[in-house]
Design a protein around this ligand. Structure first.
Ligand code: G3H
Ligand code: 13P
Ligand code: ZN
Length: 359
């Protein structure tokens, strides 16, 4: 069995200077495509399920599916992570269902819409950290709200994301506050806001530093050199898949994602987990459209799903190579969660940044 915690995996990535894509999963085809790519490139992998995915597939089906993947690909360390947990209950029920890691997203209240203040975020995240670490599960927190610096708006995915407009101070994580947040909560990884948003419509032009604040990553890393930084909304929305989608009856307006080269720059400055959902959705949907238009009499779903899996596998393999994940699966010996729990209890895995001294 090769389940691994996020903390152990990202510690390994930090030691060796690579990043790990975290791919969202809802169904078997995504699972097989991601794991085939991981095997082809010898990469450890993070598979994450949103609350939407858990209600779409059901916790039992999702758990059995991941157990199946662990059995089919025993050489691949697999971290199963709750994406955007909205409260303590969501995070704990994920752990009960075999997740080795959870995200407590306290940047929003538990309606997943209303921006929360710093104290709310610290309190709820700290509670999850205390409980999760007792059983060895890892915790990702989020400081700052994901949303576009071009428009001030978030992109709600399945009801997750703020409504209306926010000003820049809430859309860009403050490095000093990040330092306090990590120390006060004890999170294993920190998701930051730098102008990315979920979904296909992130930027209206190829992003430059004014709308994709990679310099903030560098500033946070300088203050928190031992904290694993997470980039959400990090699909690159490749032009070639947009083209196939639109050439076969799709209507996706011109849009740009996060360029792979910016992510690679982030990895040099502490980014260890890179969240990708849209790119797999887009590649699969483009293939569904292509088959529907070019093989009009086709009605066997496998004839649609197989090319979609091939497309998703290619996207995953490209990211494993670009982020330096490739080649690292074989070097990791996953520790059971019970061992991680003992390390937390000994204080061996505490965050290490020093709080700024009072003047
Ligand atoms: O959180 C963002 C992910 O893209 C998950 O999306 O909630 O539609 O599954 P979802
Ligand atoms: P994308 O929509 O850019 O793929 O982001 C996914 C994500 O951040 C999931 O948490
Ligand atoms: Zn996200």
């Amino acid at each position: 069995m090769a389940f691994i915690t996020l903390r152990q995996l990202l510690d390994h990535a930090a030691e060796r200077g690579y990043g790990v894509p975290a791919f969202n999963i809802n169904n078997m085809e995504q699972g097989l495509a991601i794991l085939d790519a991981a095997r082809d490139t010898n990469s450890p992998v993070i598979i994450q399920a949103s609350r939407g995915a858990r209600s779409y597939a059901g916790d039992i089906m999702l758990r059995k599916m991941i157990e199946g993947l662990v059995e089919m690909y025993p050489e691949i360390p697999i971290c199963l992570h709750q994406d955007h947990g909205n409260n303590v209950q969501t995070c704990l029920s994920a752990i009960q269902n075999g997740f080795t890691s959870v995200m407590m997203d306290g940047s929003l209240k538990d309606d997943a819409k209303t921006p929360a203040d710093y104290d709310y975020n610290v309190n709820v995240t700290r509670q999850v950290v205390q409980l999760a670490h007792m059983v060895g599960a890892s915790v990702e927190g989020e400081l700052g709200c994901l949303g576009s610096l071009e428009t001030g708006e978030g992109e709600a995915e399945d009801g997750h994301g703020f409504e209306g407009k926010l000003d820049k101070s809430m859309l860009v994580t403050d490095p000093d506050e990040a330092q306090r947040f990590v120390l006060e909560t004890g999170v294993d990884a920190l998701a930051v806001a730098i102008g990315t948003s979920h979904g296909a419509y992130k930027f209206t032009r190829k992003p430059t530093g004014d709308v994709l604040a990679m310099d903030i990553i560098e500033a946070i890393h300088a203050k928190l050199p031992n904290t694993h930084i997470v980039m959400h909304g990090s699909s690159s929305v490749p032009g070639e898949w947009q083209q196939i989608f639109n050439d076969h009856g799709g209507e996706m307006r011109e849009t740009y994602g996060v360029p792979v080269e910016d992510i690679v720059r982030g990895i040099k400055h502490g980014v260890r987990k890179i969240n990708i959902d849209t790119d797999l959705r887009l590649a699969a949907a483009a293939e569904f459209r292509r088959i529907a238009v070019t093989s009009k009499s086709e009605f066997d779903p496998r004839k649609f799903l197989k090319p979609a899996m091939d497309a998703m596998r290619k996207v995953c393999a490209d990211r494993f190579e670009a982020f330096g994940t490739a080649g690292n699966a074989a070097g990791i010996k996953p520790l059971p969660m019970s061992e991680m729990a003992k390390s937390y209890a000994r204080g061996a895995l505490n965050p290490s940044p020093a709080l700024p001294q009072a003047a």
